[in-house]
Design a protein around this ligand. Structure first.
Ligand code: SF4
Length: 493
């Protein structure tokens, strides 16, 4: 039985997870497009880090692990090789692959683990520690271990990214050394669990989603009914424990005198009566609206490696907007939209077309103002000639989310106020189900695939249509939601 670095990390999270990965991998949930995108992003960041070590050679692993280990040894023995990428090592059943090994003086080496995160996380130390363990026990002369992670403050000022500025390097040697005794102990436990005839009987808990959501989550955590007390928003662990001790598992059974926050009591009441709640002050909120109403929504991607000048790692790059303009109440809205269709900088066309569609008058209705407003500020920073127009747009923003949060609750919200939860409850004829692009993350993935150049023309057109449908649906949803709220609002007291 062998333990790779990723298995070791899985075992650190939960020994049962490790066991299932090895013995019952078929029970794991299938990864989605988002997983693939994260892996691809990590790969791109890894390739960029290699530019810090010119002359480095990648180990060919096409012939399997044994061949990769032999090839690594040959490169280590060759003093002309300044750095090795993807070096493979095995010692006492532990297999690791190293991102970068840099040759230092006197046959010593520096290990560099590359991460696409913007800071050092506790699990990175464990990740590097297991590599250090395997290398040291293979007789490899490791002088120091480092982490290269993304520098969030880096700004792209030239046509290409400067890896020396993009990465921050941290020396973890001492901290990793301190982990070695615990690591040896942990490895022993992992090998012992793997030799067991069946998976260890371990309880579920917060570790099932921390530091990552376990791929066996649905296997271990049986689905709960919709009225499960754990779905009561922001229910404190001690309150949940108290209810469980009282034998209460359903929201319907929570006693009237059990202490809950005002919001939790409201959720509880609507669940118990099955009736939605609309506050008496809801109608007054609409008095701040000025026609024409512009319902606006943006789609963005936030790549680790900035693509255009002025951008930092993980800045949002807006590529699509949708606006429905309603001139008067009860008049059919007019639809305007923008979608960047190539891999050029979308920002200038995005903002100029948006300004035109929004005109200069009327409220701009959004769902979660913070997101759109922040994107507008960033656009003003990149394209200062639009600053005044952007300020004018920001002054007109009217956020539907806090209005719903403060004045409405429906048992079908399930404790969530996201548009995807609120819409089907209040406007049941509108749904995102069955849409090719059903959410913002999928939109980002579809757009990147569309402009990436690997799509046939047919696929490109199909993705384009799916993106337009999705973003258009978001703004039409706000139109319908506002109408539903206006007609459901109780008359003013
Ligand atoms: S879902 Fe939780 S208990 Fe089950 S294997 Fe994963 S981490 Fe372990």
């Amino acid at each position: 039985m062998r333990i790779s670095k990723s298995r070791y990390m899985a075992g650190l999270q939960c020994l049962k997870r490790l066991y299932l990965q090895v013995h019952e991998p078929g029970l794991a949930a299938q990864g989605d497009g988002a997983d693939v995108a994260i892996i691809q992003q990590g790969h791109d960041v890894g390739l960029l880090a290699r530019e810090l070590f010119p002359g480095g050679i990648e180990v060919d692993s096409s012939g399997g692990l044994g061949q990769a280990i032999r090839a690594t040894k040959e490169l280590v023995a060759n003093p002309e090789v300044p750095a090795i990428f993807e070096g493979a090592f095995e010692s006492q059943g532990v297999i690791v692959k190293t991102d970068i090994l840099q040759r230092r003086k006197e046959s010593l080496w520096r290990l560099i683990e590359v991460k696409s995160s913007t800071d050092l996380k506790e699990r990175h130390l464990e990740d590097v520690a297991i590599q250090s363990y395997a290398l040291s026990r293979s007789g490899f002369n490791l002088a120091s271990v480092w982490l290269a992670h993304v520098n969030r403050k880096y700004e792209l000022t030239e046509a290409t990214v400067d890896p020396r500025q993009f990465f921050l390097l941290r020396n973890l040697t001492r901290r990793v050394q301190n982990l070695q005794p615990a690591l040896t102990f942990q490895l022993r436990s992992q090998f012992r669990v793997l030799a067991m005839p069946k998976a260890p009987d371990l309880p579920t808990g917060p570790h099932c989603t921390n530091p990552v959501t376990c791929e066996f989550f649905h296997h271990c955590n049986q689905p709960k009914p919709n009225d499960y007390i754990g779905y009561l928003p922001r229910l404190h662990a001690s309150a949940a424990e108290q209810l469980e001790e009282m034998g209460v598992e359903s929201i319907h059974d929570i006693p009237d005198d059990f202490e809950l926050s005002e919001f939790q009591r409201r959720v509880c009441d609507t669940m118990q009566t099955g009736e939605p709640w609309f506050s008496a002050d809801l109608k007054a909120e609409f008095e701040a609206l000025n026609y024409p109403l512009c319902f606006m929504d943006f789609e963005t991607v936030n790549p680790a490696i900035p693509r255009f000048r002025g951008m930092h790692p993980y800045d949002h790059l807006p590529f699509q907007w949708s606006v429905h303009v309603q001139a008067q109440p009860d008049v059919a809205p007019e639809h305007f939209e923008f979608l960047a269709m190539d891999n050029g900088d979308p920002r200038p066309a995005f903002i100029s077309s948006l300004c035109e569609a929004l005109g200069e008058h009327g409220s701009i209705v959004v769902y979660n103002e913070q997101f759109e407003s922040q994107r507008l500020w960033e656009l003003a920073g990149w394209l200062p000639e639009y600053t005044q127009r952007i300020r004018d747009i920001q002054r007109r923003l009217w956020d539907l989310l806090p209005v719903v949060r403060k004045h409405v609750y429906h048992p079908a919200f399930g404790g969530s106020f996201s548009l995807k939860a609120v819409l089907p409850a209040l406007v049941p004829e509108m749904t995102y189900e069955g849409m090719e692009v059903p959410n913002g993350q999928a939109a980002g993935l579809a757009w990147q695939a569309m402009i990436g150049g690997d799509c046939s023309e047919g696929e490109r057109q199909s993705k384009r249509q799916a993106l337009l449908d999705y973003c258009g649906q978001d703004t039409l949803a706000m139109v319908r939601l506002l109408e539903a709220l206006q007609s459901a609002a109780p008359p003013k007291p």
